[in-house]
Design a protein around this ligand. Structure first.
Ligand code: SF4
Length: 298
């Protein structure tokens, strides 16, 4: 018997892990689950361990994909399937994306589209499905409702933790406390290491814990700051700061991070999940177009 497919976007965070488990428990035997984790090569090693552990303990059977960028063509990213063992860990897929599109930042946030959305779409298509024709579950919680897209139904996006199993952050944390394993990283370390969407305060916390995370960003800025659509050179961080400027600002604090460090961009933070579609609170300095969602990249 052919079961109706349900695509699950597993970000490697606690919320989407919890959502995947709830969906599998409820719909086992009724749905064909397609659980996809898109690795950018900049995920924390413990995020990779977490995804792997979810497979081992819960049987998610996650498909690990990485984006394959098409250089010299107006064609969105494809995918290749990797494993926990073979997944990139030194930013290789991300660097390949930057070679074509330039450094992502709050003005040009296309890394989610190319490294996550299009890689997942490509995989789902390889299974014979049109991503717009099958439901895709995204791990946004009831306490994050402002992030729900109003036009989600147009893209067949569902938010089970908002509608079907209303869940807030504390529910998720409480549930993971009872499991045999957990993510094991602090919130500021989630998603891509040094993700430009994180607040300045979170970047400072990362510098304090492990400044070597930013060696990669510094290297990318040295190599590719003139690549891509631009109004001037492209750098990663909020306020048009490059990595050196970020470190200088941190050094000026003398090693202490004030709780009230001012961050005018705090609302767009990539706190736990890097949604595979832009959410309604995603800062969008230029208009999102249909091409940003499903089409040909710039
Ligand atoms: S986590 Fe941040 S850097 Fe990584 S793909 Fe998402 S938006 Fe881009």
């Amino acid at each position: 018997m052919t079961l109706p497919p349900l695509n699950i976007s597993f970000s490697g965070g606690r919320t989407s892990g919890y959502m995947t488990k709830k969906l599998m428990d409820k719909y086992r035997g009724q749905r064909e689950f397609i659980v996809v984790f898109a690795n950018t090569g900049m995920e924390h090693e413990k995020t990779l361990d977490f995804v792997h552990n979810c497979d081992r303990h819960f049987g998610f059977n996650t498909v690990w994909v990485e984006a394959v960028v098409h250089h010299g063509q107006r064609k969105s990213s494809g995918h290749k399937v990797v494993t926990y063992e073979t997944a990139s860990r030194n930013g290789e897929p991300f660097e390949d994306y930057i070679k074509k599109y330039g450094i992502p930042n709050v003005a040009f946030p296309s890394c989610t589209r190319e490294l996550k959305l299009n890689a997942m779409n490509s995989y789902v298509q390889s299974r014979g499905y049109d991503i717009r024709e099958i439901p895709t579950a995204i791990g946004i919680r009831a306490d994050e409702k402002r992030r729900v897209r109003k036009d989600a139904s147009d893209y067949n996006i569902v938010y089970p933790l908002v509608d079907e199993f209303p869940t807030d952050k504390q529910d998720v944390l409480d549930w993971w406390e009872d499991q045999e394993f957990d993510l094991g990283i602090e919130e500021f370390e989630g998603n891509c290491k040094g993700c430009f969407k994180k607040s300045i305060r979170k970047q400072f916390m990362q510098i304090a814990k492990d400044p070597s995370v930013f060696d990669w960003h510094r290297r990318m800025e040295q190599r590719y700051r003139t690549v891509g659509l631009q109004y001037g050179e492209r750098v990663f961080f909020r306020g048009n700061k490059d990595t050196n400027a970020l470190f200088a600002e941190y050094a000026a604090l003398g090693g202490s991070i004030p709780r009230n460090v001012v961050d005018p961009y705090e609302n767009g933070g990539c706190s736990e999940s890097c949604e595979f579609l832009p959410t309604d609170d995603t800062p969008a300095p230029r208009a999102w177009t249909i091409w940003d969602l499903f089409g040909v990249a710039v």
